[in-house]
Design a protein around this ligand. Structure first.
Ligand code: HEM
Length: 463
């Protein structure tokens, strides 16, 4: 999942699973057969698959666990190396609600914590991608063992335009601005040279150390990212969370009708200003036909667009990644922005309801430090009513201030403020730990209470 977004696998389904009380062994057995099914694709297999052809991987699955899920499956955090508070308290906790500046969660259907009335506690998240219009090979979970909620693929998301590229429900190309993870998500050979040519001297702006996404590796502070451990982990020398990552997940419903009405009333140009990109994915200052993805991500703000005449300062992409406008100069700004990057792995979804269909984004952000990455971005930038020099405005796409909201567009001849309503609302969210292959195998085989003396010794030996 860190290595690839499986863009060629256009069907997706997210399983939100709650393990029923007393059914832990059966849950583990189902997860064990899933782990052994060959569908959980390692980074190495993606690499090998790509060398042959992408078609050699026709289906992929990733499995992640909330803190309550790990506990339920008998993995308890080690006192010497506990999990960081955001993960152990959970996105669904009252504290995280305040920190993330969520105004209301009354509409939430699920979260990662226990004890919310009427809200499902999700223990396990299974993400599944496979070839469009084919049957999936994954064995479905048993409803006697799990309470099951699924969030299904939006079949329109790849079909709206002839280019076959992913579009979110408002019609914008998505998944463009992604970090290049050194040593893991780097293009090689000719495609690397092409990407460098297209991005020019901005190419390095995107390159981020692996420890920003994978636990146990060198990060942007030139430190090894902290690896929590669980008491039951038997191996000495490394820890349970090595090679893992955290997923910040939100199911966000999008009001496509309201957005369309806004588009009709205000024009597509204003909609593009809200997002900060053209619908075809190119930056707002771009002239002419679309360029490559690498060219689409090669821009800065500080000098070229200091006033926000091209991309307004409060636009979704400028808030969620202010690029070079953070520090005292361009280089320190780019260095700072690398401390707050997200690898986005979400997919658009569609839900059938009695009154028709509802679309949205199943947002997934991979990161190694929930506090410094996802939560910082959410609290200080996206949901911050005083972001930059703005006042009483939050993100025009995902902000949660009450309606009517305002949005400042510098340079508009007709005045600089647009009035808008909320176009999105979150229906649930949680933090999940995506284990490396060894830890996944451990979770599904390990039985609670079967802790050995060797495990105690090994844990004590880890520095
Ligand atoms: C329904 C909700 C959302 C929609 C429709 C949406 C849509 C988009 C679109 C169209 C882009 C531009 C394409 C691209 O750069 O790949 C984008 C970029 C981005 N979004 Fe969102 N997004 C949503 C929620 C969120 C949330 C909740 C966050 C984080 C808290 C977020 C963080 C980002 C980031 C970091 C970028 C890349 C910015 C850059 O590096 O230039 N998005 N989003």
């Amino acid at each position: 999942m860190l290595k690839s977004g499986f863009g060629w696998l256009k069907s997706s389904r997210f399983w939100l699973l709650t393990i029923r009380d007393g059914r832990e062994d059966q849950a583990r057995a189902w997860l064990a057969q899933l782990a052994n099914s060959g569908l959980v694709v390692s980074a190495k297999r993606v690499e090998e698959g790509k060398a042959k052809s992408e078609a050699s991987i026709s289906e992929a699955v990733a499995v992640a666990f909330s803190f309550s899920g790990l506990k339920k499956l008998g993995c308890s955090e080690a006192e010497t190396h506990p999990f960081p508070t955001p993960f152990s308290s959970g996105m669904g906790s009252a504290l995280r609600k305040e920190l993330l500046r969520d105004t209301s969660r009354d509409q939430w259907r699920w979260s990662d914590v226990e004890g919310h009335d009427g809200c499902q506690t999700v223990h396990v998240l299974v993400a599944q991608w496979w070839v469009l219009d084919e049957e999936s090979r994954m064995e479905a979970p048993d409803p006697d063992v799990f309470v099951i909620r699924t969030v299904e693929n939006n079949p329109c998301s790849f079909k709206k335009k002839e280019d076959g590229r992913l579009r979110e429900p408002f019609g914008f190309r998505d998944g463009l601005a992604q970090p290049v993870i050194r040593g893991l998500r780097e293009e090689g050979g000719a495609s690397r040279k092409q990407a460098e040519r297209d991005a020019g001297h901005f190419y390095e702006d995107r390159v981020v150390e692996p420890g920003e996404f994978v636990l146990g590796y060198r990060n942007e502070y030139d430190e090894l990212t902290y690896c929590p451990n669980v008491k039951e982990w038997p191996q000495s020398g490394d820890r349970f969370t090595l090679n893992g990552s955290y997923l910040a997940v939100r199911q966000i419903q999008q009001d496509v009708e309201a957005f369309e009405e806004f588009r009709k009333a205000n024009g597509q140009g204003i909609c593009e200003k809200l997002m900060g990109r053209r619908m075809d994915g190119m930056p707002l200052g771009w002239q002419g036909p679309p360029g490559s993805d690498s060219a689409a991500d090669a821009f800065r703000y500080r000098v070229e667009d200091a006033n926000g005449f091209a991309c307004p300062k409060g636009a979704h992409i400028r808030r969620s990644n202010p690029r070079d406008s953070l520090g005292i100069d361009v280089q320190s700004s780019i260095k700072s922005s690398k401390l707050h990057r997200l690898l986005r792995r979400g997919r658009p979804y569609r839900e059938e309801t009695d009154s028709g269909t509802r679309d949205g984004l199943f947002f997934i952000a991979c990161n190694a430090d929930l506090e410094r990455q996802f939560e910082f971005i959410h609290q200080r930038w996206v949901q911050n009513p005083r972001f930059g020099t703005l006042h009483d405005q939050d993100d025009p796409v995902v902000g949660s201030l009450p309606d009517p909201k305002t949005f400042t567009i510098p340079g508009l001849p007709s005045g600089s403020e647009v009035t808008l309503a909320s176009f999105t609302k979150p229906l649930g969210g949680g933090y999940f730990f995506l284990p490396g292959i060894a830890a996944l195998n451990f979770i599904v085989r390990h039985r609670a209470g079967a802790r050995t003396a060797a495990a105690h010794q090994a844990e004590a030996a880890v520095p």
